[in-house]
Design a protein around this ligand. Structure first.
Ligand SMILES: [Zn+2]
Length: 272
């Protein structure tokens, strides 16, 4: 599942390689992913792609028009959705939810083999219409989210730490993989409850969240471009490394759960 670092870098690449280009044809090869009428889709032709940005787990691709009828494509890729930027002639894969032919010979496509992604096409001032949008907390890497505000916010969000970090109402952009990495960095067990945290623990959690995400963005920037559809996680320290030695204390990492696995170290992430 793409998370904040992955999506940040995809947005950067789309700014670099798609912004300023004009859509000459828009189509929906697999018509179940995009919440938009056929007329709304074909009206993307003639629009110019603006500067893509990320908000939470959404990528926001603007389509600008001189007549003021611009739209924003808001894509939450969920498990397996990916944007592709490929030559127009490249074979269209199964489960392509959107295909945009650009004037420079590229296609911007959204492909989703699990078909769980959610795509919305809205007016730029109607992002609030997207389900869950207004409830979203600040981005986990938002410079405006100070330690003070983090302390304040976490007080309002009870429960275990791993689901807490993944809860976009608390902070947005963190999923299964980076929550493991952040909790390991903070030396906090994933099943600990927020109510057991001391002020020091909360501060460590905040700093771990910032460091892990910033470092990951640096890594992903090196590894991913130009193939924005790929996901690189080989630099993660604990997530999905169950059975390997903890990089900090050497104790064997524990992993529980299947597809949504949680990996942690019982040595340096004690239950309490
Ligand atoms: Zn350890």
């Amino acid at each position: 599942m793409p998370e904040l670092p992955d999506l940040t870098v995809v947005a950067e690449e789309l700014v670099r390689r798609a912004a300023g280009h004009t859509v000459i044809e828009a189509s929906v090869p697999t018509p179940i992913l995009l919440r938009a009428t056929p007329d709304e889709v074909s009206a993307l032709a003639g629009a110019t792609i603006g500067e893509t940005r990320r908000r939470g787990k959404f990528l926001l691709v603007p389509f600008e028009r001189a007549d003021g009828q611009g739209r924003v494509l808001a894509a939450n890729a969920m498990l397996a959705g990916r944007f592709w930027l490929v030559p127009t002639g490249e074979r269209v894969r199964a489960r392509t939810g959107l295909r945009l032919r650009l004037e420079d010979g590229q296609d911007l496509r959204y492909v989703d083999r699990e078909m769980l992604g959610k795509l919305y096409l809205v007016a730029p001032d109607r992002l609030d219409d997207i389900p869950g949008w207004t409830e979203m907390g600040p981005d986990a890497d938002d410079p405006a989210l100070t330690l003070e505000q983090f302390r304040e916010r976490i007080r309002r969000h009870p429960g275990e730490l791993k689901p807490l970090l993944r809860n976009s109402h608390f902070v947005a952009g963190i999923g299964n993989a980076y929550s493991d990495e952040i909790l390991w960095e903070a030396r906090l067990a994933p099943f600990r409850r927020r109510s057991t945290l001391k002020p020091d623990d909360i501060d460590r959690l905040y700093h771990a969240m910032r460091t892990v995400l910033a470092d990951a963005i640096e890594q992903v920037r090196v590894l991913v471009p130009p193939d924005i559809q790929t996901q690189h996680r080989e630099f993660l320290k604990v997530h999905l490394r169950g059975g390997e030695p903890c990089p900090r204390c050497g104790r064997e990492l524990r992993q529980i759960g299947g597809r949504e696995a949680t990996t942690f170290c019982r040595g340096c992430q004690p239950p309490l």
